[in-house]
Design a protein around this ligand. Structure first.
Ligand SMILES: [Zn+2]
Length: 495
């Protein structure tokens, strides 16, 4: 695959330093992708043993609005939380206090994170007509020269067209006008393919001498709102600024370009400042018999600097926090420890996850399962087990045996009241992906509308359904409790 080869080559050149880090692994597939067949449950050993307790957890969690109440504080009172921001610091302090107030042992663990600031930014059409464009700089982008730059625009729709037009690209702004198709239940969202243009487009266009890149926002539905996300550089290639424009504005430029020259003025004051100290937040329910063995349930506390980071990934954070609170409130003490980890700075370099994996390297063998929720707070549909991919340094899971996957599918039959019984083998999560050799599972959600608001000003609390969020809590609480309480490990080779 061309894109994979490029990504690999890019990573090989870059090493692990941020901002020139590999594209995030998350979002290669987000929701219950029906192209991947579901796993057939094993005989109902687990379901039969835990049916009563699962019913109790489901009833309690579904009636509880604690997750939504937490999310309301995180989004309305704190707000978006980009790496290096005061808001992220406030969110970290809030998460520790909130978990402690719920009775959990809570603490922080330090991690250094990048500090990129957007500052003022704007873009406008100059030729053939003067008109402002709705834009947003890509996270991690360099700024333009002071006063901005004006250049002709070369519109391309895929990598092949970029290669074919390379002579025209020198000195130009490349617009990647790549459309996201409407959500398709068979093909899924297509995000994994599209996001490559955003993460690697600046490097590939700069190789042909481009002076900047514009991306059509990665969304199938647009009300003229631009969507950001990380751009990555290669130290061996000139760094050029990158911004997303709205779908509508990308289409306007593409239409104008069919009949004559188009030029754009782009001005961005973005800056990358020195790394700053941040922290992962940890909260625990100690295991009654095997406290050193741990089920990790995680999400990322940072967001982009627009909207409220409600679905991405405030929802994941409060789901994990409330799952632990649900079990404590019910007086349930599983054999093993359940540990919530709220990772700092997933969006731009996954620095919290990398630091966690490093600090806890000696105990990874005691992690019996890692679970991540990072596909929005939509209704749960089941779980996906990570298939390790040795070509991706951020996907270090361990292949589950067929037996282990079937046992997870057996467990998931207990989530029939939520319609969350689907178990597939696809991916785990961007943060837990760094936990080498640990079985990894993602919470699958009905994220059909996720990319309408993802990484934009529209990712706000009003898009979150309190009932769906409570169902996510229920699904995670049942999963975490049972895996933590099983006499043997879920992935035990002998069961
Ligand atoms: Zn996310």
């Amino acid at each position: 695959m061309t894109t994979m080869t490029t990504r690999l080559a890019l990573f090989a050149l870059l090493g692990a330093c941020t901002p020139t880090a590999p594209p995030a692994a998350h979002a290669t597939a987000w929701i219950a992708d029906v192209t991947t067949p579901p796993i057939t449950p094993a005989s109902p050993t687990i379901a039969d043993r835990y049916r009563g307790i699962a019913t109790t957890i489901l009833a309690h969690a579904r009636a509880d609005r604690g997750a939504y109440q937490k999310l309301a504080v995180l989004t309305d009172r704190i707000g978006n939380r980009i790496a290096g921001s005061a808001n992220l610091d406030r969110a970290i302090a809030w998460a520790v206090e909130t978990m402690a107030a719920d009775g959990h042992a809570a603490h922080t663990e330090p991690a250094m994170v990048p500090h990129w600031v957007r500052n003022a930014e704007a873009a406008e059409l100059v030729t053939p007509i003067a008109r402002p464009l709705r834009m947003i700089g890509l996270g991690g982008s360099i700024g333009t020269p002071k006063g901005g730059l004006t250049a002709p625009v070369v519109v391309v729709h895929d990598w092949a067209e970029l290669d074919a037009k390379q002579a025209a690209v020198k000195g130009a702004i490349v617009l990647f006008d790549v459309a996201m198709p409407p959500f398709d239940p068979v093909r899924g969202s297509g995000y994994g393919t599209l996001v490559e243009y955003r993460t690697t487009g600046a490097v590939r266009a700069a190789r042909y001498g481009a002076v900047a890149v514009l991306m059509r926002s990665v969304t199938a539905h647009s009300l003229r709102t631009p969507h950001t996300g990380a751009v990555y550089y290669d130290d061996a290639v000139a760094k050029i600024p990158g911004a997303a424009v709205t779908v509508e504005d990308a289409m306007l430029i593409a239409r104008l370009a069919t009949t004559g020259p188009v030029s754009v003025h782009l001005a961005m004051d973005a800056q990358l400042l020195p790394d700053v100290l941040s922290a992962n937040v940890i909260g625990e329910l100690r295991g009654a018999e095997l406290p050193d063995e741990v089920v990790l349930i995680g999400a990322h506390l940072d967001s982009w600097d627009v909207g409220q980071g409600a679905h991405d990934d405030g929802a994941g954070c409060v789901v994990m926090m409330q799952a632990l609170t649900t079990l404590r409130a019910l007086g349930l003490h599983p054999r093993r420890t359940i540990r919530v980890v709220l990772f700092t700075t997933e969006e731009y370099g996954e620095r919290g996850a990398k630091q966690y994996a490093k600090d806890h390297a000696a105990e990874l063998g005691n992690l019996v399962l890692a679970v991540e929720a990072d596909s929005g707070g939509f209704a749960p549909r089941g779980f996906s087990i990570a298939k390790p991919d040795p070509t991706k340094p951020q996907n270090l899971g361990v292949a589950p045996t067929e037996r282990a996957a079937a046992r997870l599918a057996d467990l998931a039959t207990l989530l029939r009241p939520l319609d969350a019984t689907r178990v597939t083998t696809q991916y785990g999560g961007a943060d837990i992906g760094f936990l080498a050799g640990v079985p990894q599972v993602a919470l699958l959600t009905d994220g059909r509308t996720y990319f309408d608001i993802h990484h934009s000003e529209a990712d706000t609390l009003d898009k979150v359904d309190p009932e769906a969020l409570a169902d996510d809590v229920a699904a995670v609480a049942v999963l975490a409790y049972i895996v933590a309480d099983l006499p043997e490990r879920l992935t035990s080779p002998t069961r």
